[in-house]
Design a protein around this ligand. Structure first.
Ligand SMILES: Cc1cc2nc3c(=O)[nH]c(=O)nc-3n(C[C@H](O)[C@H](O)[C@H](O)COP(=O)(O)OP(=O)(O)OC[C@H]3O[C@@H](n4cnc5c(N)ncnc54)[C@H](O)[C@@H]3O)c2cc1C
Length: 325
């Protein structure tokens, strides 16, 4: 429908939208909608389509084709731009994830419109949409608006209130015909990452972050054990990643992932500005550091000046007791 708020679906690569889509659809609906999902996938599931409807999508533009997986920006952008031309949405939203970051920037460039990346709030100014987004590594918030539509924006996860699921509410599913561009890149090999069994960093409600103070890769197991008890993801500072202790996908900060969990706990992390850029919007921040002068204590809600190798086992034991595990 013309003037709709489109929400590009981030999925689990197995046919189900990720829960961050409840936040994106919820915000699109609050801004006046109608909220419509646009889903590039090689395999949608009925369960996934149902979920999008229950989160508020009035329509799902289902672009289901083997060419859409694995993700290649040129293929998605070409198909999306053709659909935008046919349907004239007012806004196009997507959650901040690695591929949506790239896709949305390229789509905005193709459409010749602005992109509000990493938005943390929206408001209306008459007929215009105004986005609030962090700048200078999160030290300032800037408000931006668009010279023309569609208004393209990525939304930071865990910031916007998720839509209340409306059981039984169904979205109309539309399978548009658009020309799918040839891929400029050839698919060579897919390697599945071994799952840690813990929640994903950007989606987790609790994140445990280990810095240089962890002293070595072998010690992250104590954070993983605590994570398993309280359902937390385990991330790292760049110092730990640069040392080869954790893969880059676990890095939190300006040149890593941006997270906004309900609870962030930093262990042996000093709190450099570039690390704060990726986690300062966490709702509650706990820091464990043996240096009382560590900068992270300036933004922490709770601080423990102690050796993390004493604190982590104690906390894990206490969480187990409290949670009866
Ligand atoms: C362009 C640029 C981009 C960057 N991007 C990022 C980014 O995305 N993410 C990021 O994290 N950094 C980034 N950095 C690096 C950043 O400046 C810091 O160097 C880095 O965050 C430091 O990591 P750290 O806190 O783990 O290490 P350190 O600063 O070395 O801090 C280690 C802390 O551990 C404490 N400690 C040591 N042993 C213990 C113990 N047993 N118990 C408790 N505490 C202990 C120490 O007191 C210290 O405070 C970037 C830098 C640049 C220049």
């Amino acid at each position: 429908m013309p003037n709709a708020f489109w929400c590009v679906v981030e999925d689990d690569r197995a046919g189900r939208p990720k829960k961050v889509m409840a936040e994106v659809l919820g915000e699109a609906t609050r801004l006046g909608g109608p909220a419509e999902a646009v889903w590039f996938t090689d395999k949608a599931t009925d369960e996934g389509l149902k979920q999008l409807g229950e989160w508020g999508a009035s329509k799902v533009w289902l672009l289901e084709n083997a060419a859409f997986a694995p993700y290649r920006s040129g293929v998605w952008v070409g198909a999306a731009a053709a659909l935008v031309e046919q349907q004239s949405p007012r806004a196009i939203f997507a959650p901040v994830t690695s591929r949506q970051r790239e896709f949305m920037a390229r789509l905005a460039a193709r459409l010749g419109v602005g992109l509000a990346a990493d938005s943390v709030a929206f408001s209306k100014d008459g007929d215009r949409l105004v986005a609030t987004r962090p700048v200078y590594a999160g030290k300032l918030l800037s408000k931006v608006t668009w010279a023309k539509s569609p208004w393209v924006a990525t939304l930071r996860p865990n910031v916007f209130r998720p839509a209340d699921a409306q059981p039984g509410r169904a979205a109309q599913v539309e399978r548009p015909s658009v020309k799918i561009p040839d891929a400029a890149m050839k698919f060579v090999e897919r390697r599945e990452e071994v799952s840690t069994g813990l929640p994903e960093l950007t989606e987790a409600e609790i994140v445990l972050s280990g810095g240089r103070g962890m002293k070595g890769p072998e010690n992250y197991v104590i954070l993983e054990q605590m994570g398993a008890v309280i359902g937390a993801a385990v991330g790292a500072s760049r110092a730990a990643v640069d040392a080869g202790w954790r893969p880059h996908r676990f890095q939190i900060g300006q040149t890593g992932r941006t997270i906004s969990p309900k609870l962030y706990m930093g262990f042996g992390v000093s709190g450099a500005i570039q690390h704060l850029a990726g986690m300062r919007t966490s709702k509650v921040i706990v820091a464990v550091n043996k240096d009382p002068e560590a900068p992270i204590f300036k933004i922490a809600d709770y601080g423990i000046v102690a050796d993390l190798f004493e604190v982590v086992p104690e906390l894990t034991k206490e969480f187990k007791r409290l949670l009866d595990k």
